[in-house]
Design a protein around this ligand. Structure first.
Ligand SMILES: [Ca+2]
Length: 208
């Protein structure tokens, strides 16, 4: 009985370790602690930065010392876009959850919006697997956390997604003063449960 308990604990620890490894590997600098390192961006996103001090919030960041302000607007060329393509390949047996935090700052008459996409990339274009637009007339000056999720079942129902790379996009959708921080992309918990079951099965086989 003690062995069984120890084994259950070991499986839980392994599952958490696997989660931690994936979390560490999936997004580079999702907390913007090194500015926009690891993120690609269009020329229109020229004024997105992690160093401005013009905005006063009760909590200026969510994690670490910096976040990104989705600021500025190129009246000739339109809105900015930043993105990151991970090394993970979309599989029919693996879902994902993306968490991110946004705060909104009223800038003159503008209230701002941004859209975040959990997508798949075929090398040149992105297809949204899930996306959410945040912001609008009701200004939320405190940080709120949002989640995008795509399940393995949803992926299995979209064969065109499979084999593409998992990626994340941040889109400026209006002349905006939005802050974003703390993006984390992790495998869907259900899949981790399956992983834990697999480890448990292996452990049982080893003991037998
Ligand atoms: Ca941060």
């Amino acid at each position: 009985m003690l062995t069984r308990k120890l084994m259950t604990g070991a499986v839980a620890v392994l599952a958490m370790a696997a989660n931690g490894l994936c979390q560490a590997a999936m997004l580079t600098n999702g907390s913007f602690e090194t500015g926009m390192t690891g993120w690609q961006k269009t020329a229109q996103a020229y004024n997105w930065n992690a160093t401005d001090t013009a905005v006063c919030l009760a909590a200026p960041t969510v994690d670490g010392g910096t976040r990104v302000g989705v600021f500025g607007y190129d009246s000739t060329n339109g809105y900015g876009h930043a993105w990151q393509v991970t090394s993970a390949t979309v599989r029919a047996d693996q879902g994902y959850t993306l968490a991110f935090s946004v705060a909104q700052v009223k800038w003159g008459a503008n209230t701002g919006k941004l859209k975040v996409t959990l997508g798949c990339w075929n090398g040149s274009t992105e297809t949204a697997m899930d996306e959410l637009t945040v912001g609008g007339p009701t200004v939320k000056t405190q940080w709120a956390t949002y989640y995008l999720t795509v399940s393995a079942a949803e992926i299995a129902a979209h064969p065109a997604w499979i084999g593409q790379k998992v990626g994340v996009s941040i889109w400026q959708t209006e002349q905006s003063s939005m802050l974003i921080d703390a993006l984390t992309l992790v495998p869907e918990p259900a899949s981790l449960a399956l992983l834990a079951l697999g480890v448990a099965a292996l452990s049982r086989r080893r003991r037998a």
